[in-house]
Write a protein that binds this ligand. Sequence first.
Ligand code: PEP
Ligand code: MG
Length: 583
Amino acid sequence: MMLKGIPAAPGIVIGKAFCLDSEEFIVTERHISESEVKREIARFKRALEQTRKEIIEIQGRIAKEMGRGHAEIFNAHLLVIEDTMLIEEVVDQIQKQRFPVENVFLKVIRKYISVFSKMDDEYLKERISDIDDVGKRVLRVLMGKKRRTLQNLKEPVVIISYDLSPSDTAMIQKGHVIGFATDIGGRTSHTAIMAKSLDIPAVVGLEDITKHVRNGDSVIIDGIKGLVYINPPEDVIKKYRVEKKRFEEFGKDLLKLKDLPSRTLDGHRVVIAANIELPEELPSCIAHGAEEIGLYRSEYFYMNRSDLPTEDEQYEAYKLVARQMAPHPVIIRTLDLGGDKFLSQLEIPHEMNPFLGWRAIRFCLARPDVFKIQLRAILRASVDGKLKIMYPLISGVEELQQANRLLNELKEELRRKRIPFDEKMEVGAMIETPSAAMTCDLLAKEVQFFSIGTNDLIQYSLAIDRANEKIAYLYAPTHPGVLRLIKRIIDIGHQAKIRVAMCGEMASEPRFALLLLGMGLDEFSMSAGSIPKVKHLIRSVRFSDAQEIAERVLTLATSREVEEYVLSKVKELAPDLIEATYS
Ligand code: PEP
Ligand code: MG
């Protein structure tokens, strides 16, 4: 069987499936005797009590660390286990049907979920995830289970899952997870981005792969074309072994460019930098020839832990990255939570539109207590190398001024305390909302550089959720509307004499890189694995040709025409890239 999804991270793997979401609660169908009924009811009440304690404990921790508001979502969870109708129904069914409590409880929970999902009421629909969450928690207590996690995997596996949260992905141990495939997600969802960073071939947005794969099935992940084969026949496996070798050899060949400059045939120089989520990725960035770190997604430092990182912990991490890259710059992007990135323990309240919600700089400005700790840590580490700072999701001048005001207050405080920091540390803004793109002349007065975040800029300008596989076909970096915004940001940045970088995924695709080069982009930042092919492209073309290509593209009316045109140009200028990446 073969399924088609969205290619998220290139490469080919052949391996055994590990179904992460198959948190199957297999319950026995055995009847219990009359004398066991009382015992089962008592077990049920104890499990409810224990679950209640667990929830209250988590709630207390979150209230302490993130404030009461955040802890409130757990009230809904408490309401579920305190629901007398639900409790009475389970007790009643144990007595009448004479099945063990796990069996009865699972059926009752499933019935609730089914009834709620048919209702028109949005509020009740939203309660489904609370019921599901609490239901699983109670079942785990009853069955003495722990959730299957990606830690401590014993052999290399391909993960098959409905979804992987960015915090799940951050827990992946390289070598043990050799590929993954998920039901949902888009090309620029953070799960896909993380897969690229870890160099793990992945396909997302397969819709129902979890229904077709069982633990231990043999699977092929083709992260180049976005295909997954389940229990493939020998001839398909053979063909893929050859493809895999060819792809990997081409990758090795490109690595020879590692120490060569990113310069066009006619001498135009650009910078190719790396995006990282975790400091552990630095050796790979250096091995792939990254000249700088153009985006350090600092929020990953906050994930997979039950408390917030202290100033000293952050200082140590930033210092390490600064030192390892010195004298080359490292751009630390301040905390960008929300959207599809949540803290595993400290949850942001559930929102109807998380990508339009309380995220990134909005969260940080509303929580200066959290934000200041990070800013102070970055400032202190700035003497250990060349750090720069940039703010995510800026939507207008006020936010930028507010953030800079906080930064200046902290600088003042450090000066008073005679704590050294880099007085010349550059500050930049991510341009990833249409309003920022339209006001970039004003924003340019407040910062020393721009970094275009196309992952978000595209989703906001085309009104397409970047993580939704159903509309992924509309997510077009080559949409004329997007291209005009990008051109405007580059031109206005240059008029204001500031450098313009791009750290969205668009910069990592050779065919788009050709276009961006022609538009005048100064810096291309991407996951380490993408660097060699973009460098190869840059070194294979003339800047003057790229400029002509960009000019022509800006006259085209549809994204399809743009795609076809740039692809034909890459075919002409760097044919080997096409063979290896798009065949
Ligand atoms: C972007 O939006 O393009 C970006 C680089 O930031 P993130 O993907 O982390 O939202
Ligand atoms: Mg973004």
